[in-house]
Write a protein that binds this ligand. Structure first.
Ligand code: FPP
Length: 234
């Protein structure tokens, strides 16, 4: 059985991880960022081609200003410095999401890390930041309308395969989607790309979801029979 090409993770449970230890929620995010660094390197070692992660949703702006500011600052630090090990591992970092509402210094850090890693080839780390799956489909539809209006696309030529070109990033479909932290929902994460993804929900809070946990999850994936709507003929 082949391993998954595109793995996605909804990194949930940072806040509860911290609160259960009597720490501030921000400590959970800090620990979660360290976990992400380890998983990105491990994913590359396993031959996974794309790792997409949900780092900040458009709805996360509803959190306290203190928490939002903390997450933005943490990301700047990570994009500017802490992801260097990931970068040294030939991982290309890209982002999916809306640029609106993001601070200039955050956008700058995102731009720098994208530029720095643009020629890396071993694995893509797609960080979904200020991201919503419904928003992505709406934004893609607007791009489709624009191309139709400008004569760059004919209505009859649009199909479910080339629609991917209109998403924030033109990535392959998700094969395996993991959600940590006890909840069993998608929260709008990469809805179009996750159409036929195998789903894996695990109670472990994200900061504790380390390399061996990813191995365990992939073990589960290897037992799945992916039929894509067809039936098995043997
Ligand atoms: C969900 O946990 C997690 C987030 C909203 C943020 C995830 C961010 C990181 C792992 C750090 C990202 C770092 C980089 C470099 C991209 P939660 O806060 O919803 O936890 P809870 O459900 O227990 O409250």
């Amino acid at each position: 059985m082949n391993g998954p090409n595109h793995v996605a993770i909804i990194m949930d449970g940072n806040g509860r991880w911290a609160q259960e230890r009597g720490l501030k929620r921000s400590e959970g995010h800090k620990e979660g960022a360290k976990t992400l660094e380890k998983l990105a390197i491990h994913a590359k070692e396993l031959g996974i081609k794309v790792l997409s992660v949900f780092a900040f949703s458009t709805d996360n702006f509803k959190r306290s200003k203190e928490e939002v500011d903390y997450l933005m600052n943490l990301c700047i630090t990570y994009f500017n410095e802490k992801l260097s090990k990931v970068i040294d591992n030939n991982v290309k970092i890209i982002f999916s999401g809306r640029k609106e509402n993001l601070r200039e210094d955050v956008l700058e850090a995102m731009k720098n890390v994208t530029e720095k890693t643009k020629n890396n080839t071993a694995c893509i780390l797609n960080i979904c930041f200020n991201y919503g799956g419904q928003e992505e489909i709406v934004d893609a539809t607007k791009k489709v309308f624009k191309d139709l209006k400008e004569g760059k696309l004919k209505e009859e030529d649009l199909n479910k395969e080339n629609f991917y070109q209109y998403m924030y990033q033109n990535l392959p479909p998700i094969d395996f989607l993991i959600r940590t932290g006890k909840e069993h929902r998608l929260s709008g994460f990469m809805l179009y790309q996750a159409t036929y993804a195998e789903l894996y929900f695990v109670d472990t809070y994200f900061p504790d979801f380390l390399e061996k946990n990813l191995d365990e999850a992939l073990e589960y994936y290897s037992t799945r029979d992916r039929r894509f709507g067809s039936v098995k003929t043997d």
